[in-house]
Design a protein around this ligand. Structure first.
Ligand code: ATP
Length: 202
């Protein structure tokens, strides 16, 4: 089984690329979603996050309000580090279980999709790193079309993340997503075929 770590900046097209990979036969695990689950009551990170960040991050139901938490951590590098330190072990465990499960099921290509993959790839033991890249302006324009868009939130997230150049440095495969959706789909198909070639060779 080949494990691909798929990452990229906010709005760069990670999920869209993951969707195309799924159509081609990959098993896709969304680790950002796993991180969100970890924050829910009983999710593994809830108690610790509450302890560190205080009851001010809770909504009326007593669940962690991710927008409030984001408002704190995407403006403060140290706070983000602290949150990452709490959540990553939970995601690590989830990813490790999924890797074992997929391997037992005979999955050939497993895609782990995560915004902060490069900060954690060593723990998730991926075979290859794939990075989606879109110019900031293009990504922002696309995100504006999406529901729940909050400009200040997006800008502070961008500031807290690695730059495209830093991601590209670590990438095995770079997927330029400045074109149309059809172009992205075609690029993913090409990279998929190349991957199949590498799998036969190894
Ligand atoms: P996030 O960082 O929020 O997780 P992401 O990197 O997963 O985002 P997507 O959600 O895949 O990015 O894409 C962001 C938005 O841009 C989506 O609404 C998606 O449909 C749209 N999009 C992605 N690629 C293209 C493209 N090539 N052409 C037009 N729209 C696109």
């Amino acid at each position: 089984m080949k494990i691909i770590g798929l990452t990229g900046g906010i709005g760069s097209g990670k999920s869209t690329a993951a969707g195309f990979l799924k159509e081609l036969g990959a098993q896709v695990i969304d680790l950002d979603k796993a991180g969100h689950e970890a924050l829910k009551k009983g999710g593994g990170a809830y108690e610790k996050v509450l302890e560190v960040f205080g009851a001010g991050i809770l909504d009326v139901e007593g669940e962690i309000d991710r927008a409030r938490l984001g408002g704190i951590v995407f403006k403060d590098k140290e706070a983000l580090k602290l949150l990452t330190k709490i959540i990553h072990p939970v995601i690590d465990k989830f990813a490790a279980n999924k890797i074992v499960e997929s391997s037992h099921k005979g999955v050939r290509v497993l895609v782990l999709e995560a915004a902060a993959l490069l900060e954690a790839a060593k723990n998730w033991q991926v075979d290859e790193i794939w990075v989606t890249v879109a110019d900031r302006k293009t990504a922002l324009n696309r995100l504006k079309e999406r529901t729940g868009y909050d400009e200040e939130d997006v800008r502070s997230r961008i500031r807290s993340q690695m730059t495209n150049a830093e991601r590209i440095k670590q990438a095995d495969v770079v997927i330029d997503n400045n074109g149309t959706l059809e172009e992205l789909k075609a690029k993913i198909k090409v990279e998929w075929e190349k991957l199949r070639g590498r799998m036969i060779d190894s």
